[in-house]
Write a new protein. Structure first.
Length: 325
């Protein structure tokens, strides 16, 4: 049995679908609420759906879990409530970590590229405590993820860890089943929505004097590649530690906007707008995953090029009557 917390969410539901297709018995921990999130599970029903407030009682029954993928989190990068970020992104995974360590259950959790802040120290997933302590996230979300990474690495070093553990620093993931995220959906989805409304894709003007408008670059990764990395961890019990999950190649927002235009079959054009005040000083103008640790640990999967990932998302999902995975 494999548990996926946040299993009805974006990345979680894509992982869950892949596990079900492999024939695994699954327990999904999530709230469906009333925003259509249930559709993320519509084609791949879990063996059991568990509300988060019943999680600890369920674990107290000592279920025969083989592996726990902890993807549930407060993931809004603009969230300002540090107490909530601490409770959900630090205290909860601490309890799950200790439960898995005590019962020898393998544990994989979602970290984030937000831990790198403005990227001044670089984007190499250096597991050394000093390197982790030197990171300066720009928001409460990134701060909470960075704190738990420090804890995990410390406990892993002193042997107080699950038999396998991995913290995955997801970069800019896009793909199906993100529709419930509203203001936190991927840029690909936002640009496609603008095109469907007859508008030119809108991009923020740069807030950095040395970066041209549209030249801000991020490491955009297709959700199928993210799932492939997690399935590789499922199949590779010896792989532990913190890993970047990105393509290793930063691409500009201009490239992304043009890729969406091409996939939608419209003329390439862009409208630049001012960056909202709330994002200034918290906006990453460059991210690029260092994937050396992933490769040296044995991962040989090939990452989907941006244009192909965007084409697949737009044509196989966003323009379809049923856009769900």
């Amino acid at each position: 049995m494999i548990m996926v917390t946040g299993g009805a969410g974006f990345i979680g539901s894509n992982l869950h679908a892949a596990l079900v297709e492999r024939g695994h018995e699954t327990v999904v921990v999530d709230r469906l609420r009333a925003n259509g999130k249930w559709r993320n599970l519509g084609k791949h029903p879990p063996s059991r759906l568990l509300p988060p407030d019943e999680l600890e009682d369920f674990l107290a029954t000592h279920p025969p879990l083989e592996m726990l993928f902890h993807l549930g989190a407060v993931s809004d990068t603009t969230a300002s409530d540090g107490d909530v970020a601490w409770a959900v992104n630090v205290e909860l995974p601490l309890r799950l970590w200790r439960w898995c360590a005590a019962r020898q259950v393998r544990f994989v959790y979602a970290s984030s590229a937000s831990t790198y802040g403005d990227g001044a120290p670089g984007f190499d997933d250096d597991n050394a405590p000093a390197a982790l302590a030197a990171l300066r996230p720009l928001n409460a979300y990134g701060w909470s993820k960075a704190l738990f990474d420090l804890y995990a690495q410390r406990e892993g070093t002193r042997g107080a860890a699950p038999p396998q553990w991995a913290g995955l620093k997801f970069f800019n993931v896009f793909g199906p089943n993100e529709y419930h995220k509203r203001g936190m959906v991927s840029v690909v989805k936002v640009k496609h929505d603008e095109i469907r409304e007859g508008l030119a894709p809108r991009l923020y003007r740069s807030d950095q004097p040395d970066i041209e408008d549209g030249a801000q670059r991020r490491d955009f990764i297709w959700v199928g590649d993210v799932v492939d990395v997690m399935l590789w961890l499922r199949d590779t019990p010896a792989a532990s530690g913190l890993f970047n999950v990105g393509t290793g190649q930063a691409r500009s927002y201009r490239d992304l906007a043009y890729a969406v235009c091409d996939a939608a079959g419209v003329e390439r054009r862009i409208e630049f707008v001012d960056m909202p005040e709330a994002l200034r000083g918290q906006y990453q103008s460059f991210t690029e995953a260092g994937v050396v640790r992933l490769r040296t640990s044995g991962y040989v999967g090939q990452f989907t090029p941006l244009e192909e990932g965007v084409r697949r998302y737009v044509q196989d999902y966003l323009v379809q009557s049923d856009p769900y995975q």
